[in-house]
Ligand binder design. Sequence first.
Ligand SMILES: [Zn+2]
Ligand SMILES: [Zn+2]
Length: 308
Amino acid sequence: MKCKRCKAAAEVHVRQHSSAFCRACFVVYFQRQVERAIHKQHMFSADEEVMVAVSGGKDSLALWDVLQVLGYRTVGLHLALGIGGYSTASTTRTEAFATERGLPLVVVHLEEEGCAIPQLAGFTNRPACAACGIAKRYYFDKLAFERGVSVLATGHNLDDEAARLLGNVLRWQVDHLAKQHPVLLPTHKRFVRKVKPLFRLSEYETAAYAFVRKIDYEVDECPNSSGATQLVYKDALNRIEAVMPGTKQNFLQDFLRLGYPVFARSVDSPPNSCSQCGMPAFAEVCSFCSLRREVDSKRARRATARRT
Ligand SMILES: [Zn+2]
Ligand SMILES: [Zn+2]
């Protein structure tokens, strides 16, 4: 197969678009796809500082790379989750990436905040991924607000978004469907705009991009994610995609075109402010404060039990 742009020997095959590229042209194609998503969806403008949530994995580092190449002003945000060797390695790679390119990076160690993921999960009956999701959302919102940026970008790719959509549809989570969009506008004074510039690019494409650009990312997946339902949905979609290329892309794009506007209309009132921390909350306290309360009371109870 030949490269679609320069007719040299192709090395990266993009099945969903039935095209192939040489390495150099694939990089151009990938960066243009991101640029197009940013413009078409009005994600942010050239004069805004963009906070990029970086885990140290391929997607978020590929995103940070592209934004830098395209000339956007960025600041990285990394949460050290405290999940053993996986977290240490992810933090090291993220810091190395930032140092090498002279990019600003904010790192928050959840262990120092008294809420490393294993601690949070160990003191509640929630699965680790649920506790992790709550902590991540909270710190992303809080740190973006404190930094004073107007936009936060995450590295969610097409596979992530399609899997999430499938999960939401299978359980008809109407309130989640109303918020599944590559651009979420703030509905509270402490929220910033949240965007997903990689939402049209598959996991295969981001992996290929990270490889071609020689990005040193953390290859290991989070040890907690092995049984995650998200992976079951991804696997199911990959099987369909193998037989019917383009399914994932159509599933997501048609939802955004036809389904999202309907669900978004049904969304209820905006959040109020958490009575404890002031961040957005859909109850009296936000999900994170409620999780911390639960953890603190169980921790205290266990300590008392040990003393008696
Ligand atoms: Zn080429
Ligand atoms: Zn709170």
